[in-house]
Design a protein around this ligand. Structure first.
Ligand SMILES: [Zn+2]
Length: 258
């Protein structure tokens, strides 16, 4: 087991107590949960592989409509990484927490399906998913694997099997509305939960970043685990600035085994 400084250890124990006392807990996860699985935080400017591109521009609806090849060129290495990524210990620990009845829903900003790959259920994907693609012309929806795997290999842009128009991954682009059903569910969970655990999100991307505030306003407890501070760290019951892949399993171990 990892040993932490005394202050972090105390915070881990307090967080575990909050989970044991809570009847309705939800998780809100962001890009920082997937970085230990090798997926770069492509929304942060200047990070990793895409520092030369500007994600806000290239992953926008405008770019997709006017020059889809520019989007797909940017998207190709990212799609490859996401398809090959495996859940890390934090994903698996969250699944155990849920199976033990200590956590109900996972609200995620991630599009990589790593929660589901780790066996979690009730995952609310606020920024969409890479698992499906939809035709920009006739709205026919297809499973991504048959289209995106060949695209990653050859670079050939995927086209609709019905009308031959370009297929768009079902992820939220910059300048696009969140999927309505997912967003309503996420808000409902944020307002009804007794405890929210924010993991790997810097709480910078609106409107999802406002969900913990909604939970706090209704009297919920808040735990934040992220490697950099967020705007709500001072209001959280527990805030731990640490590697999520180490701290999350340590908390959950304590919840489950006392
Ligand atoms: Zn079509």
């Amino acid at each position: 087991m990892t040993s932490f400084p005394p202050q972090t250890q105390a915070a881990i124990e307090f967080a575990a107590d909050l989970f044991r006392q809570s009847k309705h807990a939800v998780v809100l996860s962001g890009a920082g949960l997937s970085t230990p699985s090798g997926i770069p935080d492509f929304r942060s400017t200047g990070s990793g592989l895409w520092s030369s591109d500007e994600p806000m521009e290239v992953a926008s609806l405008h770019t997709f409509r006017t020059s889809p090849e520019k989007f797909f060129q940017w998207f190709r290495p990212l799609a490859g990484q996401i398809f090959n990524a495996k859940p890390n210990p934090a994903h698996f620990a969250l699944t155990e927490l849920q199976k033990a009845g200590h956590m109900d829903f996972v609200i995620t900003q991630n599009i990589d399906s790593l929660h589901q790959k780790a066996g979690s259920e009730h995952v609310i994907e606020t920024h969409g998913t890479m698992q499906t693609l939809t035709c920009t012309q006739c709205y026919h929806q297809v499973q991504a694997e048959a289209y995106l795997v060949p695209f990653v290999e050859t670079g050939e842009i995927p086209h609709c099997p019905k009308c031959a128009q370009i297929l768009k991954p079902d992820v939220i682009f910059f300048g696009e509305q969140l999927p309505q059903t997912a967003w309503f569910k996420a808000q409902r969970e944020a307002r009804q939960c007794e405890l929210m655990l924010v993991v790997g999100s810097s709480l910078e991307v609106l409107p999802v970043a406002g969900l913990p505030m909604q939970a706090l306003d209704r009297g919920a407890h808040l735990i934040i685990i992220n490697n950099s501070p967020t705007y709500l760290n001072l209001r959280a019951d527990v805030a731990i600035l640490e590697d999520v892949a180490l701290v999350v399993p340590a908390i959950i171990e304590r919840v489950l085994n006392g």
